[in-house]
Design a protein around this ligand. Structure first.
Ligand code: GLN
Length: 276
């Protein structure tokens, strides 16, 4: 695959070996033009540097690298997020967890996002709810560096902590709501070797076990850090809703329930902590 200097934007949009949306994204990235400018300047030809840049980008995509990593960003909940291969690419499914958290967090409430990755959930909530006191933790310092920049770039006030699940929290620290999109894909699941997931951090995708171990740890540890009546909300896999509700019911929570994502799949489950 080569991109010849002198080729017009119009010709390139028709001839690049990617789907039309990905063509547009990479053309914008290589040329610095906006999507509207791609149309209004369709006859403009690529210079040598732009052609070389575009060729590199297209080759990376053809090798399977996710488009979000190639351009270094992804939109989530109407905000721009920087992403790198240190973090999971934010998914539209996860916007459900953000909406549920925003609805349930009381005024001036304290929210904890466990395994924040790019900061998607924490930053989206903090942006929508400036009254909230949002804490986000992750075990990966590389992920936290990305998340901190995402908070700053979106004017979101978030306190970040490097922590292996609950370990760095004060014993008596509590929250009105805990939310998490933890690694929930079981070891050996075929999806791990397909598509974008091949390039994403394994520790953000899989628990290297039955898929439920991180969810179990969060259900088990949250009662020590939730106020009575406080909500725990967790994203999980397409076939895990009943198991997660069972964990919540066995763990002293009330009103265990699941919510469906845009594809109609039970994607987030949660419950209120009854108090001890
Ligand atoms: N939703 C992601 C996927 O299945 C997985 C994210 C996760 O493990 N938290 O592609």
């Amino acid at each position: 695959m080569t991109v010849q200097p002198g080729t017009s934007l119009r010709e390139l949009q028709a001839s690049l070996p990617l789907d039309p949306l990905e063509n547009r994204i990479l053309l914008c990235h290589a040329t610095g033009l906006s999507r509207v400018q791609l149309i209004t300047r369709a006859e403009q030809a690529l210079d040598e540097a732009q052609a070389a840049r575009l060729e590199t980008l297209v080759r990376r995509r053809l090798a399977g690298e996710p488009i979000a990593y190639i351009v270094g960003k992804r939109e989530f909940f109407g905000l721009d997020f920087e992403v790198s291969d240190a973090v999971l690419i934010p998914r539209p499914d996860t916007e459900l967890a953000v909406e549920l958290a925003i609805e349930r967090l009381p005024q001036n409430g304290r929210l904890l996002d466990m395994g924040t990755g790019s900061g998607a959930i924490a930053v989206a909530v903090a942006h929508a709810r400036p009254d909230a006191a949002v804490t986000a933790l992750d075990v990966s310092e590389a992920a936290l560096e990305v998340a901190r920049r995402n908070a700053a770039n979106n004017q979101a006030r978030v306190r970040f902590l490097r922590s292996d699940w609950f370990s760095a929290l004060d014993a008596n620290e509590s929250f009105e709501l805990i939310v998490s999109n933890p690694p929930y894909i079981a070891a050996g699941d075929e999806h791990l070797s397909q598509g974008d997931l091949r390039f994403e951090p394994a520790g953000a995708l899989t628990d290297h076990a039955d898929g439920l171990s991180a969810l179990r740890a969060i259900v088990g540890g949250s009662p020590r850090h939730l106020v009575p009546g406080g909500w725990l909300l967790m994203e999980h896999g397409y076939d895990q809703a009943a198991s997660v509700r069972a964990l919540l019911e066995a763990g002293g929570y009330l009103d265990a329930q699941s919510w469906r994502d845009l594809a109609g799949i039970e994607r987030v489950s949660g419950a209120r902590f009854a108090g001890s």
